[in-house]
Structure formats: C-alpha cells, structure tokens
Design a protein around this ligand. Structure first.
Ligand code: GMT
Length: 380
C-alpha cells in the first residue's frame, strides 16, 4: 500500500507512534510518505520506501496566524495525486483530520476524481484537553465522524470519545506498540549505567514532554522520599514547560546533585534501559507510551491509576498504580520494590514479557494493516 502519514513532528507520544508505525510499515513492504511541517524527530533515516514531504506555510504579514491546516490539506492532496497514495493516516485529530477531510474533497472534485480515504488515530489530549475546548469541539467531532476509519489508543479513549463527543461512527481500539528489538537491555546498558550512578545506587527514570499533565514535580517529590531510604539517582528525559519548576524544586530540596536532567534524547531506548524503575505520575494518560517503552526495557513502572494506564500496567504484576498526587504511596511502592531484589527481577521480567506479547510491534502492526484493508474496502 502507499500510505501518507501526518503527525506532529515534535516530541510527544502521537508523533512517536506515527513515526515508528511508518518505519514498521515500510519494513513490511509498504511505501510511506510523511507529510508535516518538519521531519518527525524519530525519523532519522530516509530510504527508498520512506519519503518526507515538508509543508511550507506562507508567512505573509497579513497572517497573524498562518493557516497551517490549509497548507497541509493542499500538500496532502498534491502528494496523494503525485504518488498515487491509497490512503492517509493522520495522528491527532486537531487539525490533521480536518486537513485530510479537505484533501479528500479536493481530489474527489477533480475531473478524474481520485479517491483518498483517511484514517484518524485519536491519541489523547486531542480528545481529553484540546477537543473539549468549545471552540474546537464541533469541528473535531465533524472530522472524526467524516473519517473513513477511526482508531483510539485505548478502550478508555474509545469510551471517552463516544461519551463526550457523541460520535456516531465506530472507533476501533489499536493499542500503542513498542519494538522490543530496539527497546531492550543489553551489555552496553550495564556499561553506560556507570556514567550516572555508582554500583550501589538504584536508578529511577522519568520520560515526558514536561507538560503540566505529566506532573513532573511529583517525580521530584517521590524521588526525595526514595533517596532518604536508598542511595539512588533520578534521570529525567525530555524537556518542556515544567522543566524549570522541577529543576527549582530539586535545588530547594537540596537533592539536585542526584537529579540529572538529560533533556531531549535521540536514543531514548538506551537511556531507559539504564534504570530500575520508571515514574509516570501523570494527571491523565490515554495509554502511557513512556511506561510501555520502559517495560520493554525491563524497567518497572510506578504510575497513576488514570485513563488507559490500567489497560497497560497490571497493579502488583507489571508495575504499581496509585492515585494522582499520592506521592507517599508511589514512593513506598518504589522503596519496597527496590529493596527486594528478587521481586524487582521477577517484575522486570514480567514487564518485558507483557510488552512483547501484548504490545509488541509484530502484534500491533498487522492490526493497522487489517484496518487499512477494511477501510479501503468500505470506502470503495
Ligand atoms: O502526552 C503526550 O506525551 C503527548 C500526547 C500526544 O498525543 O502527542 O500523548 C498521548 O498520546 C500517546 C501516544 O498514543 C499516549 O501514549 C499518551 O498517553 C497520550 N498522552 C495523554 O493522554 C496525556
């Protein structure tokens, strides 16, 4: 199949999923065309079956708000016509599904009338935060309802979209996935670990885009409590609006020498694999891709019982869950686990097994392929 993929190219779960999906599909013989305003961050290499088409947004002085969605629709239609795309797959409803809807109509209107069905994948904040803003809700609902196929990354998100958007079309759950060949521990992990921690120290990790919904300062609160009981280091991967608050909190608590801000990383898997425990104290996660990536690397997640997280982490088996803001309980789970080497090892093994068997790329990618096939069939 020839598939156009649009996503936010920046750091964020939806862009990561879209890029990794494109790479996996190309490996399985599909021709992939990424269409976005910048090359997706995880798209580090292009080859014969992976193309990138930049969307150029005109900066005319009259435009206080350059119309990216229109430029995107135009490029989607252009690329589809030039390369004969079979379908578009857009990640994150706003504004991508609206642009795809326009592109589909532009092509249908041509004398030869090319068909361009599109699939929208809902990732989370497009529904839970942005889409519920009254100014975006009607158009988001409209573009979801007019998509040829809709997927959501968890049952939670499927339910919430149905309930709050009252959409009439069906929404298929296709979970986030992880490539367990890339996300794993290896000999290099043990060597690299020494760069950040002594042998007697434990490593905790947090990975996010440091938006308020991630509650990054809770990771500092948890770590402070853990560090009182155990020699340990906290690695923070990523960057975003709440980074300086977290840095200040670490300084105020006098633990900054043990809190290492790594910033945005290209090789996230290598850094995750150094840790024992991953902290994900988010206010909300529709799935929690960071936890899954950690699990594949045998890093046990300590997270909040929110959104789709319980569909990924089974409390007491493949991690621990607590209420939002309950840093005491999350710290206690972390300390108990890190002081019980046998349990830590067993849980880390379970995490990897769950990541591989339920969310491995080889399990999830065929679900997308089948969904594309059905979508094409239905829209013909
Ligand atoms: O929260 C983020 O990291 C960004 C956001 C996005 O769409 O880029 O992530 C959402 O999509 C991820 C991939 O499907 C999910 O794993 C995250 O749980 C989800 N984030 C939230 O729901 C807050």
């Amino acid at each position: 199949m020839k598939i156009g993929i649009t996503c936010y190219p920046t750091y964020g779960g939806s862009g990561v999923v879209a890029t990794e999906l494109g790479l996996e599909l190309a490996q399985r013989g599909h021709e992939i065309h990424f269409i976005s305003y910048a090359q997706p961050i995880r798209l580090t290499e292009l080859h014969a079956d992976i193309h990138y088409h930049e969307v150029d947004v005109s900066r005319y002085p009259l435009f206080d708000y350059p119309p990216y969605d229109l430029a995107l629709a135009t490029r989607m239609a252009e690329v589809s016509e030039l390369y004969g795309l079979d379908l578009l797959h857009v990640h994150y409803a706003i504004p991508h599904s609206v642009s795809a809807l326009l592109a589909r109509q532009m092509l249908a209107d041509k004398p030869k009338g090319q068909r361009l069905p599109f699939v929208t994948t809902l990732h989370g904040t497009d529904i839970t935060l942005v889409g519920l803003d009254r100014s975006y809700l009607p158009i988001t609902r409209f573009s979801i309802e007019h998509s040829d196929g809709v997927t959501a990354v968890s049952k939670y998100l499927q339910d919430r979209t149905r309930r709050e958007f009252d959409v009439r079309n069906s929404i298929q759950v296709i979970y986030n996935f992880v490539n367990c060949d890339i996300y794993c521990r290896n000999a290099a992990s043990a060597e690299q670990r020494a760069e950040y921690a002594r042998e007697d120290e434990r490593i905790l990790v947090h990975l996010s885009n440091f938006r308020p919904v991630k509650r990054v300062t809770d990771t500092i609160e948890i770590f402070e409590r853990v560090r009182k009981k155990l020699a340990s280091k906290l690695l923070l991967i990523g960057d975003g609006p709440d980074r300086s608050r977290a840095e200040w909190l670490a300084v105020q608590k006098g633990i900054h020498n043990d809190v290492i801000f790594l910033g945005k990383q290209d090789q996230v898997s290598e850094k995750l694999a150094l840790a024992d425990v991953l902290l994900m104290p988010s206010e909300l996660e529709s799935f929690g891709l960071a936890a899954l990536e950690g699990m594949a690397c045998e890093v046990v997640p300590i997270a909040t019982r929110v959104g789709g997280v319980p569909e990924v982490i089974e409390h007491g088996k493949s991690g621990y869950l607590a209420d939002v803001g309950d840093v005491e309980t999350m710290a206690r789970y972390t300390i108990d686990l890190l002081t019980d080497a046998g349990r830590l090892k067993a849980m880390a093994t379970t995490c990897r097994e769950v990541a591989r068997s339920r969310f491995g790329a080889s399990k999830i990618i065929p679900q997308y392929e089948e969904f594309y096939r059905l979508t094409l069939e239905r829209s013909s």
